[in-house]
Design a protein around this ligand. Sequence first.
Ligand code: ZN
Length: 417
Amino acid sequence: MRFILPVGLIATTLAIAPVRFDGEKVLRVKLQDEKQANIIKDLAQTNQLDFWYPDAAHHVAANMTIDFRVSEKESQSIQSSLDQNKMHYEILIHDLQEEIEKQFDVKEDIPGRHSYAKYNNWDKIVAWTEKMVHKHPEMVSRIKIGTTVEDNPLYVLKIGKRDERRKAIFMDCGIHAREWISPAFCQWFVYQAAKTYGKNKIMTKLLDRMNFYVLPVFNVDGYIWSWTQNRMWRKNRSKNQNSNCIGTDLNRNFNASWNSFLNTKDPCAETYRGPEPESEKETKAVTDFIRSHLKSIKAYITFHSYSQMLLFPYGYTSKLPPNYKDLAKVAKIGTDVLSTRYETHYIYGPIASTIYPTSGSSLDWAYNLGIKHTFAFELRDKGKFCFLLPESQIKPTCKETLLAVKFIAKYILKHTS
Ligand SMILES: [Zn+2]
């Protein structure tokens, strides 16, 4: 027995040991021209570059400022290539593992308890959904809209009085697993909505007249994986046929120009679109829910990070949407309102021209379905901590974002029929 136990322990430890990122770097490169963009694309062919901005080498273009993660082993040769070609770059993150540990910079009030000031794992979020319903039975209800590939429940919280005929806004967070600030915002929104109803004038008016459907974690399996195995995980966790690579990018899996970009075809790509539109259980659950509530849903808002942008359609074409002026006006005022709290600067505009072109996104899909006010937030920051925004920034981020969301909701209440 004395020999068996340690071996068993080692095996268990190996099986569950999360990926470590010791010495990994995140580089920011300011590309001057086409030639430099091509150098990066070439480097991406021969090295394991994880693109943080834009989200794939395919979108790298002249005059863009790009961020990517590189292993400790490859960083030396990458940096010398950049130096040789006289390219401007800075090291945003020197040791990714250190940064991962540093994001937990808020002390727990009560160990193990859900907290709005901290990142919460999936188990805490599930328990929190129950608590919200229990605490505010008149205002909050929980709807199971489906299950994930790994059979986890997909919960939408409905906030508002129980009248189906009213206007509604659908919001989702955490479609990309590693963007942890996003689910944190959805939890904050539900909490603030329920807590300030009857006290805050705007929130009371909103909830008296409309409902909010909030999906706090869209990509549950990926989110769990980002907590337990790989902090940098983005996609869902479905197995791919004829490939060892796992996962589909759920935000490329919607039926909106799904087939148009070549770089989404490879199951090993971070932006893999899946075998067909809505092939993923998570996407299907959301699209079915939205389709069946289409009469009431007047706006769709999705939350990502990072880069501080408020985006609207289209992603798959540079054509402007028919109500461009209206969307731009809402986005302008929304970002202005957001900045009033801490002077956080956001830019806004159509996805394709403001961030980079995307196909199969939830935003374009919802817009084409007939929801004429669709927005995507890219929350804090602009590239200091990137996906590893410290917990001490959760509350400020949530507070400023809530101002913008309340403004959008107020606008929807007044200007949609
Ligand atoms: Zn994202």
